[in-house]
Design a protein around this ligand. Structure first.
Ligand SMILES: [Zn+2]
Length: 271
């Protein structure tokens, strides 16, 4: 193990090479995804694929890790900011930057070992998990929200680990028909949701810990899907009460063989 990673040798004697071979997708390189990219570069992940169609805007600078005022002036893409950040930390990292939606670059997404989603909408989460399930990829999702409450505002969030064959975001209640419906009703309403840097930092760090527990033997991970809930007003992050039951859930949402594999595989040859 090289000196660079000597302080994280508890991740396992082969962790340096194992992490270097790992291919991680990050979908959404905003406030959450940029934090995750930075940490994973420090940890020593070797291959990244980034998916985001947006360019850096002034309103992103309150939370976009690695972005500068110059990026706003020059209209740098968010994937380029993340790529620059990662390459500045790690000379070994290979970065594929897709300045597009992940749906437009689905072949690149299919080839990743793990998918991390830091996206804005429930519909997007749902579609992303659907894709990850199809290709048997572990999916890690982070999300935060700010709501008015009595006496001020409350910051809430979640980190979900969705493993193929185990409980999914629907089983966890993270994606629900009523939430998808409400979101569709609001579609097109002007103005972005409130977002700040510090809850994103907590959620991103937690997502990185979950990823490392999947790929290294640093503790006895349960290998079950998991839901952690964040209360930003109390500074609490805890396993959801429902999460205790997830090991018992037989997910009915992705139960069929036709939910798996590449729907287009072999179609060209049949034509
Ligand atoms: Zn399910």
């Amino acid at each position: 193990m090289t000196a660079r990673f000597s302080r994280q040798s508890f991740l396992g004697s082969t962790s340096e090479s194992r992490l270097r071979e790992l291919h991680v997708a990050i979908v959404g390189l905003g406030g959450g995804g940029s934090h995750i990219a930075q940490q994973l570069a420090h940890v020593g992940i070797g291959i990244f694929s980034f998916f985001d169609a947006d360019k850096v805007e002034d309103s992103n600078l309150n939370r976009l890790v690695g972005a500068t005022s110059k990026d706003v002036e020059e209209g740098t893409s968010k994937v380029e900011v993340a790529s620059r950040l990662v390459r500045g930390i790690s000379a070994i990292a290979r970065v594929n930057s897709m300045e597009s939606s992940w749906q437009e670059a689905s072949v690149e997404l299919r080839d990743c070992d793990v998918v991390i989603g830091a996206v804005d909408s429930f519909a997007e989460r749902d579609q992303l998990e659907r894709s990850a399930r199809r290709y048997l990829q572990p999916y890690i999702d982070i999300g935060m929200d700010v709501h008015p409450c009595e006496g001020g505002f409350s910051i809430t969030g979640q980190v979900a680990l969705s493993l193929p064959g185990r409980a999914c975001l629907h089983c966890m209640g993270v994606v629900r028909p009523d939430l998808l419906h409400q979101e569709a009703q609001r579609y097109g309403v002007a103005g972005g949701k409130p977002q700040v840097i510090w809850p994103n930092g907590v959620l991103a760090s937690t997502a990185v810990g979950l990823l490392l527990s999947l790929v290294s033997p640093w503790h006895r991970a349960s290998h079950e899907s998991m839901l952690l809930e964040y209360d930003g007003n109390r500074g609490e992050l805890r396993e959801s009460a429902a999460s205790q039951m997830l090991a018992l859930v037989n997910c009915p949402h992705y139960a069929w063989a036709e939910d798996l594999g590449d729907p287009w595989f072999g179609r060209a040859a049949l034509r």
